[in-house]
Write a protein that binds this ligand. Structure first.
Ligand code: ZN
Length: 174
């Protein structure tokens, strides 16, 4: 009797494994079969109360290249100050930032003298340099862990979370 139970358990286990593999194969096949239909008529994404646009689908999310040195988009502090004042004085609308990218200039993120720097040149206001980090290893580690960069960059070059954080406007892209 003990041997019989052993044998029955073995048969049962083998049957379950075959069924599991079959179901897995079937599920994979169905998933690939419905993908074209999903792209034809995708469900709209959820739009949170704090946004006027829906959340991005995973295939729409953007992740810029990391590493130092690299090209980035930043803001000229003087141009940004002027644009903010224009909005405050009702000489411009916030579209100056959202649509026209006020103050946006190309920048480079570099490592120099044991620090991470952002260097940038505004054609109107000249050269700017900012220390982003005094610990390059920590900077690189934190960038790898950054999960927020999921919206597409609106500027011509790769964006940085640093530029977004430093903008202070909350509406400047990336
Ligand atoms: Zn400027």
């Amino acid at each position: 009797m003990f041997r019989w139970l052993d044998r029955a358990g073995g048969i049962h286990a083998r049957t379950g494994q075959v069924c599991g593999e079959g179901l897995s194969w079937l599920a994979n096949g169905l998933w690939y079969a419905i993908q074209p239909l999903y792209r034809i008529s995708p469900n709209p994404s959820f739009t949170p109360a704090w946004s006027d646009k829906p959340l991005l689908k995973s295939r729409e999310k953007f992740r810029p290249p990391l590493g130092v040195p690299r090209e980035a988009t930043s803001l000229c502090p003087a141009c940004t100050r002027e644009a903010r004042q224009a909005v405050v004085d009702n000489k411009a609308t916030p579209e100056l930032f959202t649509r026209h990218h006020a103050g946006e200039i190309p920048a480079q993120i570099i490592e120099r003298d044991g620090k991470i720097w952002m260097v940038k040149d505004c054609p109107k206001h000249g050269h700017f340099e900012d220390v982003l980090s005094t610990d390059p290893a920590f900077f690189k580690k934190m960038e790898e862990m950054d999960r927020e960069r999921t919206f597409p960059c609106m500027g011509p070059t790769a964006c940085t979370s640093t530029a977004r954080a430093r903008s202070g406007t909350g509406v400047v892209p990336c």
